[in-house]
Design a binder for this molecule. Structure first.
Ligand SMILES: [Zn+2]
Length: 281
């Protein structure tokens, strides 16, 4: 099995307070790969500028009353930007598919006995994490202000994009959401540690933080969701092929939609009819 260069977090990045953009080893390797992709600009980016413009997370109530939840960012039917705060208990949801997909994934993970990071974010009174939709690949984005723990914890989640691993396991979008939640939670709790470990290179895992998440919460949530069997592992690296699944909680690949997705997002790499992994060596 060859090494795949594609990871599903092309924007795992750390923005230091100086405004200088620093990237983890993972991001460097992915950046190399993306540089061959004319559509790289399609990947959303939250730099310190649009972070302030789009999402004034520093408006969080300083006494923490509103800080114990997920903040789901979505666009309503009138095209207006909205947020919905979710603590794991709300049942009266707005009429919005992304919100419902998120809540469905949350309930699925937690209901199956996994999703520990998602649950803690929802319930921890000192932590808020923003989530918003991306159509490409899910990833976590971290703070420009490493001294303020919950200043900038964001997850971009693609509700239809799962991951086929090098072990032949398919992870649902719901499981990937918990993977990103683990990064976001740890950043919120110990930002200095995650930054340090995000820069500690680990062969195949890119960095120590990825190794921690993949060997930890990813295994538990995937097992609870029935995506791996006891004793099986999701992967022994940080690689995978993005695939479109039948639903946010499904790990069944929609082959036709996946072909269209890969062609649209990775036109220089995807060639129909040939072993898909060959393109990611
Ligand atoms: Zn990760």
């Amino acid at each position: 099995m060859g090494a795949l260069q594609l990871t599903y977090e092309p924007k795992f990045k750390i923005v230091h307070r100086t405004g200088e953009l620093m990237r983890s080893h993972e991001a460097k390797s992915v950046q190399l790969w993306l540089s061959t992709d004319p559509l790289a600009e399609k990947f959303p980016s939250w730099n310190p500028y649009n972070y302030c413009m789009n999402n004034p997370i520093n408006l969080i109530d300083p006494d923490g009353r509103e800080s114990d939840d997920w903040r789901i960012n979505y666009t309503d039917k009138n095209g207006k930007a909205q947020t919905f705060n979710y603590t794991g208990k709300e049942t009266n949801l707005p009429d919005n598919q992304y919100v419902r997909d998120f809540v469905g994934a949350y309930q699925y993970n937690v209901g199956n006995g996994g999703g520990d990071s998602m649950k803690e974010i929802a319930e921890n009174k000192n932590i808020i994490v923003d989530v918003r939709e991306t159509g490409a690949l899910s990833y976590a984005d971290h703070s420009p202000n490493i001294l303020k723990a919950n200043s900038y914890n964001k997850v971009s989640w693609a509700p239809n994009v799962g991951l086929e691993t090098t072990n032949g396991v398919v992870l649902s979008p719901a499981t990937l959401l918990d993977h990103e939640a683990d990064h976001a939670l740890r950043f919120a709790k110990t930002p200095g540690t995650i930054i340090r470990e995000g820069e500690l290179h680990r062969k195949d895992y890119d960095n120590k933080e990825e190794q921690r998440v993949i060997q930890g919460s990813e295994q538990k949530t995937a097992l609870k969701n029935g995506e791996i069997k006891p004793g099986q592992v999701t992967r022994n690296n940080h690689y995978g092929l993005p695939v479109i699944t039948n639903s946010p909680t499904s790990n069944k690949v929609n082959v036709k939609a996946t072909g269209a997705y890969l062609k649209e997002n990775y036109p220089n790499i995807f060639v129909p009819g040939v072993n898909k992994y060959k393109y990611f060596k």
